[in-house]
Design a protein around this ligand. Structure first.
Ligand code: 3EB
Length: 323
């Protein structure tokens, strides 16, 4: 597929504080550690995770006019070539997490179906109390596994869906709501899997009744470069957690997974436009901080405290690479 004849249609900046007013060309203002308030600009995306280090705010801007609106429970902001859409499910609806997730994903799928030529390329899933009910029965009642089921119920309805899966992050938060926000583009991008890892959509039964529906990365090509949108990446080798209980070695394994992806995505000439490190707790951040600083010296890093979807994973890293 030839690259679309347009240059990269956005700029991404990080800030320590959210601007009080968003300009006409702002597509999204992602605020971590935010108190959630009602009656907001649809472009403000509030992620309820404590920030342990680095800038809390991501500002996505574009040169074209931005159209904002609401459709059902979705709040969105659409530029000429990329868009953001967010949907929040409150805690009471999350009493049945499979149903609530399926309903949310069905709304998002319908949102894209109404937009000819647009593709869902990336999702962020913030799941309240992600390990609730993990101790019941065989573990399949766990909120995360039920979320995975509900997502699969919807995304698997399309034939060939495993070749068109969005990149994704899924992280636990306080509270019991679900926040899903997504990036859409006027191109599907290229799906990239990681040969060091079993594709998540092929994980075996032991991790839940359905496999997680996400790709390891998607590459978008622009007239003046490319983006590599990398999913939350952890210390998973094959399908198993490598180095349970050892955050330092999990960090090194995670960086190996990321190195493999960037090599396979064309060349090793990528630079990081955004790097987020999710850690299960502040003690893990303290323990890996020296290694992070020595292995990623020049990287502007946002460190967030949240549960990783497997309880034996201490950390996870997501990146947006550009070249
Ligand atoms: C893994 O590699 C770690 O269910 O959407 C990472 C990113 C993980 C996204 C998801 C799960 C998800 O399996 C877990």
């Amino acid at each position: 597929m030839s690259p679309p004849p347009i240059p990269r249609p956005y700029r991404l900046r990080t800030l320590t504080q959210a601007p009080p007013r968003l300009g006409d060309h702002t597509l999204a203002c992602v605020v971590h550690a935010a108190a959630i308030t009602a009656d907001e600009d649809p472009r403000r995306i509030h992620v309820p995770l404590p920030v342990l280090s680095g800038p809390a705010v991501e500002l996505w801007e574009t040169d074209s006019a931005v159209h904002c609106g609401h459709e059902g429970r979705i709040a969105y902001a659409q530029g000429a070539a990329i868009l953001f859409a967010q949907l929040r499910v409150d805690g009471s609806a999350m009493r049945d997490p499979r149903r609530a997730t399926a309903a949310a994903y069905a709304e998002l799928t319908a949102f894209f179906a109404r937009r000819r030529g647009w593709h869902w390329v990336r999702s962020w899933n913030y799941i309240g109390d992600i390990h609730r009910n993990a101790e019941r029965g065989n573990g399949d009642e766990e909120r995360y596994r039920q979320f995975v089921l509900g997502r699969h119920d919807v995304l698997s309805a399309e034939p060939g869906f495993e070749a068109r899966l969005p990149a994704a992050t899924a992280i636990g938060t306080g509270g019991d709501a679900l926040l899903v926000y997504v990036l859409g583009a006027r191109q599907p991008g290229l799906q990239i899997e990681n040969p060091r890892q079993v594709s998540a959509f092929r994980y075996p039964r032991q991790y839940g009744p359905r496999s997680p529906s996400f790709s390891r990365a998607r590459r978008l090509d622009w007239a003046n470069g490319a983006d590599l949108i990398v999913s939350g990446t952890a210390s998973v080798v094959g399908h198993e957690t490598a180095h349970p209980g050892d955050a330092e070695r999990q960090l090194r394994e995670t960086l190996e997974n990321l190195r493999q992806l960037r090599r396979d995505a064309g060349a090793d000439t990528w630079g990081a436009a955004s790097t987020k490190l999710f850690v299960r707790d502040a003690a893990i951040w303290a323990s890996v901080q020296p290694t992070v600083r020595s292995l990623l010296p020049a990287t502007e890093l946002c460190v967030l405290e949240g549960e990783i979807c497997r309880a034996d994973l201490a950390l996870e890293i997501e990146v947006l690479l550009q070249r």
